[in-house]
Design a protein around this ligand. Sequence first.
Ligand code: ACO
Length: 339
Amino acid sequence: MAAARAAVVCGLGTHLPSRVVTNSDLARELDTSDEWIRSRTGIGQRHIAEDGTATSDLAVEAGQRALKSAATSASTDAVDAVIVATSTPDHSCPATAPAVAARLGLGIVPAFDVAAMCTGFLYGLAVGGGLIAAGTAHSVLVIGADTYSSILDPEDRSTRAIFGDGAGAVVLRAGDPDEPGALGPVILGSDGTGSELIRILSGGSRDPIRPEHTERADPYFRMAGAQVFRNAVERMAEASLEAVARAGWALDDTDVFVAHQANLRIIHAVADQMRLPRSRFPVHLDRVGNTAAASIPLVLADAVTAGALRPGHRTALAAFGGGLTWGAATLTWPDITPV
Ligand code: ACO
């Protein structure tokens, strides 16, 4: 039997809007404080897109950089599929990915969005890996991009304190399951009985926003923070344990755990639940907040730059988001330079 084709990470690129909003900036507008936000979330600042900047603009920047990063590695195949993981698409239809693929000059490749909120990047990796394993694609650009500033209630201190805008992307290519960068097992899950915990009530088919209904419509993102917190800890810990076990690794030999960056207390609780040192979980949210689908590639790039994530490191990824959705994956970190 022919060896299975693995999806190998061969490029990593990121992009953050230049405007930085600190906790003190928020405290000038809302009833909050730097002390509250830092102690309850670990976040010190976030990057916020200028008005008129859409998710595709961030996605194109990150995509270009990932392609540049891949060009310096051994990758040879041209990208022949594009996946954009986002819950803040440019428009409710069509998908954002075809426009991104066109702007990247990738031609008439298949391109589609994946909507799994903060777990979107891991779902995108799983789908991209599946396209490669099936032979449908040879090389897939997976982008996680979100502009949460466009959906937050300006008066909601609990969500505005957390979310920031950004994008991150990887290039996957077909390769050998044993080579560095090859995606190992990906664990995915969902529990739609918790769908009301994170959602935008109005603007979809359940509650369309029509001119005559605007008074009772709620077009903003809402989150039941405390319940989400508990679910996030349990699901990310469980999924990480399962992914590491399926990879055949001992937990102690897993070097780096890249967890979705929603709240530092969540990351610490996951480490504690897994009885692992907190130092194995890189932290980036202090500078960018929760960037939703962009969070995992952004923290990966930051950890590489900081020297915390190095070629050969056994790496687990974990995320949790609205849906509810969650996931985890493993890979041995490849020798690539983030751009
Ligand atoms: N400043 C000051 N006070 C605040 C702020 C703020 N920025 N935000 C909330 N509070 C207040 C609340 O109003 C509440 O006040 P009350 O007791 O008078 O009603 C109090 O703090 C406690 O509120 P909680 O919501 O219980 O606060 P908590 O400690 O849980 O922190 C937070 C809120 C930060 C949102 C936290 O629950 C959290 O991080 N949840 C998980 C987020 C997450 O993981 N999301 C998953 C992905 S999101 C996605 O998929 C898009």
